[in-house]
Design a protein around this ligand. Structure first.
Ligand SMILES: Nc1ncnc2c1ncn2[C@@H]1O[C@H](COP(=O)(O)OP(=O)(O)OP(=O)(O)O)[C@@H](O)[C@H]1O
Length: 281
C-alpha cells in the first residue's frame, strides 16, 4: 500500500513521532522472571491508519499487545489512549474507552452460538450500565438495539445464515470474521487484531483484507499482529518491527522489510518468514 500523506514526514526509525497519535506508550517494560519480554522506549500509533506489528517468534508482540489492551500489567511504563492514561486500567475499561481487541475463539465461546458471541461483544459498549439491566423497558429496548446491530454486522460479514450455529462449527476464516464482527459490537475507535489471517484459507483472504481496510475507511484505527508478510504489505500504512522485546525498525512495509537489522533479526530467530517482495509481483 502506498505511504499515505499522514506518514509523509514521519522518520523511518524506531519510536518515530506521528502527526496525530491516538496511542502513545513510553518506557514499557515487562519481565517474566529473568526474561525481559518487552522493553519499548517509545511507541506511537497514527490515528485512522493501519499499523502492523511484526517480528520473529518470541519478539514480544503478543506481550506488548496484552499490555496495551490491559490484559497484562507492565512493571514499568505508561500509555495514553485518545488522551486517557492507560496505567492500571483493566481490559474492560480500556474496551469501553474505545480500544477493543480480537481474540482467537476460546473453547467456551466455541460452545456458544454466533449470535450469542455477538451479544457478548456488546457488553463492552461505552455507556453500558447496570441500570439498564434492571429496568425492564430500558432492558428490552437495549436488547432490540443489540439484536439489530448484531444482525447488521452478521449480514456485512456474511455470517447471518450461521447466526444460530455454534461458533465452534465455523471454518477458520469464518471464525476470523466473527472475531472481527464481535469486536465491532462495541463501536470501537481503535481495533487491535491478533493474527487476523491465521488459519484463513485463500478463498476468504481477500474478504478479510477488504473488511480491515473498511474499518479504516469508517474512521477507525487498526493495529494488528501478523506473521503473513503478504498481508502486511497489502494493507499496512506503517509497519513496526519488534525483536527481543524492543522496536528495532519502523516505516512503510517495503522499507522495513529490506532493512538489514530486520532481516538479521528474522534470520537470528531461525525464522522461515519470506520478507522478499516476490509473492506480490
Ligand atoms: N506468561 C509468560 N510467562 C513467561 N514467559 C512469557 C510469558 N509470556 C510470554 N513470555 C515470553 O516472553 C517472550 C515474548 O513472547 P511473546 O509471546 O510476546 O512473543 P511474540 O512476538 O508474540 O511471539 P509469537 O510470534 O511466537 O507469538 C518469549 O520469550 C516468551 O516465552
Amino acid at each position: 500500500m502506498a505511504e499515505t500523506t499522514a506518514f509523509a514526514s514521519v522518520a523511518h526509525e524506531p519510536g518515530a513521532a506521528k502527526p496525530d497519535a491516538i496511542l502513545v506508550a513510553d518506557g514499557v517494560v515487562r519481565r517474566f522472571g529473568g526474561l525481559t519480554a518487552v522493553n519499548v522506549n517509545h511507541f506511537e500509533v497514527q490515528r485512522n491508519s493501519i499499523t502492523a506489528l511484526i517480528g520473529p517468534n518470541g519478539a514480544g508482540k503478543s506481550t506488548f499487545f496484552n499490555l496495551l489492551t490491559g490484559f497484562d500489567m507492565a512493571q514499568e511504563g505508561e500509555g495514553v489512549f485518545n488522551g486517557k492514561p492507560l496505567k492500571g486500567m483493566p481490559s474492560a475499561k480500556v474496551a469501553r474507552a474505545g480500544m477493543v481487541r480480537t481474540f482467537q475463539l476460546t473453547k467456551a465461546l466455541s460452545r456458544m452460538t454466533v449470535i450469542e458471541n455477538m451479544r457478548l461483544g456488546a457488553q463492552e459498549q461505552p455507556g453500558e450500565n447496570i441500570l439498564t439491566a434492571f429496568v425492564p423497558p430500558l432492558w428490552s429496548a437495549r436488547e432490540r438495539q443489540i439484536t439489530e446491530q448484531a444482525h447488521e454486522l452478521l449480514h456485512r460479514f456474511k455470517l447471518y445464515e450461521k447466526k444460530d450455529d455454534y461458533a465452534g462449527s465455523l471454518s477458520g476464516g469464518q471464525r476470523k470474521l466473527l472475531e472481527m464482527a464481535r469486536a465491532l459490537m462495541s463501536k470501537p475507535t481503535m481495533v487491535m487484531l491478533d493474527e487476523p489471517m491465521a488459519g484463513v484459507n485463500p478463498a476468504l483472504t481477500e474478504s478479510l483484507l477488504d473488511h480491515i481496510v473498511e474499518l479504516k475507511e469508517e474512521g477507525m484505527t487498526v493495529l494488528f499482529v501478523e506473521h503473513d508478510m503478504h498481508m502486511v504489505r497489502r494493507i499496512s500504512d506503517w509497519v513496526v518491527v519488534m525483536a527481543e522485546g524492543q522496536i528495532i525498525a519502523e516505516g512503510p512495509a517495503g522499507t522495513v522489510m529490506s532493512n538489514q537489522a530486520v532481516q538479521d533479526a528474522y534470520l537470528g530467530a531461525h525464522h522461515d518468514t519470506d520478507l522478499s517482495e516476490e509473492r506480490d509481483a
